[in-house]
Design a protein around this ligand. Structure first.
Ligand code: CO
Ligand code: ZN
Length: 339
């Protein structure tokens, strides 16, 4: 599991440029499913066919990053953000482009650090002129944090745990899934970080009976956390109740809770007051899709040092496998459709 996390976390995949990550994932799942394919937005599908309910499980491949907007005369790169990047987190970090070109992020002279913003910052790739820089980087090229995975006891630190951790859970679940009557559409989605975009077209295409998203969530166990939150690192996967993008289907949420208790899988209940995930667009697809979310507690989200707990990951895999192997009782989840 650690090798897989390392490989995926260190892969390049800002929103809209997920192809390297998709290639790695495809190799991991291919032999465990009936078919794999991609679509126009770059979503990667891995399908296990069955006669039962159509279940869509989404985990996003993309990560946050930066995009070059302008190359200065002296070869410094001006940039903008791709998704939720903080200038304060970015300052002093190294970033890496798709072809391996690296740069360091610096700032202009500022009289007040509170005024730090992307337009006061630049990326230095070591070039001396615009011409030299242009041989390595073009306007529109994207870069991500340069960050290697490290192990800290039972915990893992690295970039893009949001949401390669979800991708790892989905890969592992496909590998471990034995008997299921359901049709499982595992979808490794694109462009979540810029507005849940890949999941929107994927759910339209699949038209699932029920859907789950896998993503990271904030925790409330660090010093003066951003928001008081009843989720703690290492206490099990979180079953989402609500975030700013979705109110999870109450019966589906209930089914996940029941399943966790039946199988002695530790779990937590999550109300996330800032942030959303793929379920936000999936549940609004077509005439509506009952949607739920299994979240991985994660510290320091959207930094190069996102931290997750291996046990949470393993328990999330167990919960997902249990859900996928269980016949989906559509009447129980949607009593209004029973007739
Ligand atoms: Co994110
Ligand atoms: Zn995410």
């Amino acid at each position: 599991m650690i090798d897989l996390i390392k490989k995926l976390s260190e892969a390049f995949g800002p929103a809209g440029r997920e192809e390297e990550t998709a290639r790695l994932i495809r190799r991991e799942v291919e032999q465990y499913v009936d078919e794999t394919f991609t679509d126009v937005l770059g979503n990667l599908y891995a399908v296990r066919k069955g006669a039962g309910a159509k279940i869509m499980v989404a985990a996003h491949m993309d990560e946050i990053g930066v995009i070059v907007t302008f190359i200065e005369e002296k070869g410094f790169l001006r940039f903008s953000n791709v998704g939720g990047v903080s200038p304060f987190v970015l300052l002093g970090q190294r970033v890496v482009f798709a072809d391996g070109t690296t740069g360091t992020v610096a700032m202009e002279k500022l009289d007040d650090i509170k005024k730090l913003a992307f337009d006061k910052m630049y990326i230095d790739i070591g070039a001396s002129s615009r011409e030299e820089a242009s041989t390595r980087v073009k306007v529109g090229d994207m870069a991500v944090y340069q960050s290697q995975v490290s192990e800290a006891g039972n915990r893992i630190i690295g970039k893009a745990m949001d949401d390669r951790a979800g991708c790892v859970i989905l890969i592992k679940a496909l590998q471990e899934l034995k008997n299921t009557n359901n049709t499982v559409y595992a979808v490794f989605t694109t462009q979540e970080e810029v507005g849940l975009r890949g999941a929107r077209t994927a759910s339209y295409r699949i038209d699932p009976d029920v859907a789950l998203a896998l993503d990271v969530t904030l925790v409330g166990d660090t010093p003066e956390p951003l928001y008081p939150m009843d989720v703690t690192l290492g206490r099990g996967p979180a079953i989402k109740v609500k975030d700013t993008s979705v109110i999870c289907h109450p019966r589906l949420k209930g089914a996940l809770v029941e399943l966790a208790e039946k199988n002695n899988i530790p779990y937590q209940l999550e109300v996330l007051v800032a942030g959303g995930t793929d379920a936000g667009s999936i549940h609004l697809s077509r005439e509506g899709v009952p949607s739920g979310v299994i979240s991985v507690p994660c510290r320091h989200i959207h930094t190069p040092g996102e931290m997750i707990d291996l046990l949470d990951l393993e328990n999330a895999v167990r919960l997902l496998v249990a859900f996928l192997e269980e016949p989906v009782d559509l009447e129980k989840i949607f009593p209004c459709q029973a007739g």
